[in-house]
Design a protein around this ligand. Structure first.
Ligand code: ZN
Length: 122
């Protein structure tokens, strides 16, 4: 499943971040990711995969928050810029096929939301 393999790489990144920052198990509340529409994921399925994959890891109990990024492009022929309706890759102004994508390919971790304790010890 597409979402499951994306979920696996997201969880790997999250776990690497957690250990890199020295955060204790259970400290993570939410992981926020940006996902471009080019990936055509089903958000609910990805959230479900994430929750299953973090079970029994230091990220257990955390939520996945997905920020969808629309596909936008620039036309090389007329300079138009705007949102594309996948899977129609034509300029929105002159219908040229000579376009380049600006956004929509994103797939990365944006931030981690962690439990803050005023009495954090070392
Ligand atoms: Zn154009």
């Amino acid at each position: 499943m597409h979402e499951f393999s994306i979920g696996q790489s997201v969880v790997q990144t999250v776990l690497a971040e957690l250990s890199g920052r020295g955060l204790p198990p259970g400290a993570l509340r939410a992981a926020r990711i940006a996902v471009g529409s080019m990936h055509q994921i089903v958000p609910d399925t990805l959230v479900f995969a994430y929750e299953a994959l973090v079970r029994d890891t230091p990220a257990a109990g955390s939520r996945l928050v997905i920020r969808p990024v629309p596909v936008t492009a620039r036309c090389k022929a007329c300079g138009w810029q705007g949102a594309l309706e996948v899977p129609l890759f034509l300029c929105g102004a002159c219908q040229s096929g000579e376009i380049e994508l600006i956004t929509g390919m994103e797939l990365h971790l944006e931030s981690l939301e962690v439990e803050e304790h005023g009495d954090a010890e070392h």
